[in-house]
Design a protein around this ligand. Structure first.
Ligand code: ADP
Ligand code: MG
Length: 468
């Protein structure tokens, strides 16, 4: 199937070609015809599955530029607002479709001015409701999209969303997208949607096969050493390190900076300007290590993230899926690495069950292994380097005083000097044997519990019976 099959406007097909999408993703395949047919829709699919184009393309195809604001897209965060509006702008540019982005913390007058010329508004709930309630804007969009609905719920926007819908025309096409379907979101759907069609991208398709998932068992106080050793060893081209709390983000960023790493960090309390700056630095590759909390990084669309590190394992499987979905995008390979303590192995098992894939247990490389890897990396770098005239000239003039072997040794030592020195203990974390023992112990305990009717409490009664 291709995008041509949807009978979209010529300009839209051109835009898709220019952006480089080759074929529709599963959610796009199902959602685009549904939306074009005029039906309300609920789309349930994981992050990174292409939901923006799934609603953006059909809506832009149906919009009339003359009608003023014809579509409204509500998203939970400012970052998403900017990201979604960027993508919609790229789709609609050739058709003369204008977008306006609306979020808190920015000038009212500029936003109102933009809205007056726009065909699509992409907005966060707070500022949008503010503008509607104060009657500073009046809109009657035919298309309304609620993006990342479960995230809105988590962030406490449910009441504001319901209030916003009181200002929207009854006669509209409404689309709702959500990665998960908590009960309150189902109830909201009943309230705002009209005989919707539900499109679910099934669990099987949910974890991306392009992501290798690994975990390392370490003690609580080895986390920092293990993380740095792994980053040294893996040498990620671009990575995100997830922490549970903002405090942890701050501490880890200053620690890593003190250890000679260049990092950027993101959390909910940062000022808007600073956040934008940070994200831009990461996207453009000025910084290649990004430290963030779940909330701050959710939905962020950064390409080419080679590794995701979970400094702490997330509390639930859903956020695990969201986190690791930052890598392995657009057909590229990615690696997701989770640090756990022996106590947290239970959470690994739970994630494996919920997500339906196995995480591979690994041992943190020793100092010697890291040294060996640096050696072989250097050798292949040398082997792949092309000899330049500058290089020839340098050696020629050195050769007057120094023999050729010494020159080579000096140059190699110079390269080595630039590397961050090796830190931490020789071995970090549990060995393969220790991990295997722990894993089989916990699964033996589970089997035993299952035989006893799945309840630990039942253990005493069980023992009593077998004795009798
Ligand atoms: P979601 O909203 O489901 O998290 P996005 O809409 O942000 O996902 O899309 C994720 C990434 O995939 C974006 O960079 C987007 O440009 C890209 N993308 C979307 N659809 C396609 C497609 N059909 N082919 C290739 N890349 C796509
Ligand atoms: Mg999205």
């Amino acid at each position: 199937m291709t995008f041509e099959d949807f009978n979209l406007k010529r300009e839209l097909i051109n835009a898709i070609d220019n952006i480089g999408f080759k074929e529709p993703s599963p959610i796009q395949r199902d959602a685009i015809p549904t939306i074009l047919s005029g039906k309300d829709m609920i789309g349930q699919a994981q992050t990174g599955t292409g939901k923006t184009a799934a609603f953006g393309l059909p809506i832009i195809n149906m919009i009339e530029p003359k009608r003023g604001v014809d579509a409204l897209v509500i998203v939970p965060t400012r970052e998403l607002a900017m990201q979604v509006s960027d993508e919609l702008y790229r789709f609609g540019k050739e058709l003369g479709i204008k977008t306006a982005t609306v979020y808190g913390g920015a000038s009212y007058s500029r936003q109102i001015d933009r809205i007056s010329q726009a065909n699509i508004i992409v907005a966060t709930p707070g500022r949008l409701l503010d503008l509607l309630q104060s009657k500073r804007i009046e809109i009657s969009p035919r298309f309304v999209v609620l993006d990342e609905a479960d995230e809105m719920l988590d962030m406490g926007f449910l009441d504001e969303i319901k209030e916003i819908f009181r200002y929207l025309p009854e006669n509209r096409q409404t689309l709702m997208f959500s990665a998960t379907m908590p009960k309150q979101i189902e109830e909201l759907a009943v309230e705002i949607l009209n005989e919707p069609e539900t499109i679910t991208i099934t669990k099987r398709e949910r974890t991306n096969q392009d992501i290798t998932q690994k975990f390392y068992v370490v003690s609580e106080r080895e986390r920092d050493d293990a993380l740095l050793r792994l980053i040294d060893y893996k040498n990620p081209s671009k990575c995100i390190i997830f922490c549970r709390m903002k405090r942890e983000v701050d501490r880890l960023s200053s620690y890593m900076t003190s250890q000679g790493f260049k990092v950027a960090s993101l959390h909910g309390d940062m000022e808007q300007k600073q956040r934008e700056h940070t994200i831009r630095a990461f996207k453009s590759g000025m910084v290649d290590i990004f430290i963030a909390t779940d909330v701050a990084a959710r939905g962020l669309d950064v390409n080419d993230v080679s590794h995701v590190f979970n400094y702490h394992i997330p509390f639930d499987s859903e956020s695990y899926v969201h986190r690791i979905g930052r890598t392995g995008r657009a057909g590229k390979k990615g690696e997701a690495i989770t640090l756990v303590t022996p106590d947290e192995l239970r959470t690994i098992k739970k994630i494996e069950k919920d997500v339906g894939t196995k995480l591979i247990s690994k041992v943190v490389p020793t100092k010697q292994e890291l040294r060996d890897k640096r050696d072989s990396d250097l050798l292949s770098r040398v082997a792949n380097t092309k000899i330049t005239q500058d290089g020839i000239d340098v050696v020629k003039s050195l050769q007057h005083d120094i023999d050729i072997v010494t020159i080579a040794q000096l140059l190699a030592s110079m390269i080595r000097e630039d590397e961050v020195s090796l830190k931490g203990k020789e071995s970090i974390g549990l060995t393969k044997k220790e991990i295997d023992r722990l894993m089989s112990k916990s699964s033996r305990r589970r089997d035993r519990d299952r035989r006893r009717g799945g309840r630990r409490r039942g253990s005493r009664a069980g023992r009593g019976r077998s004795r009798r």
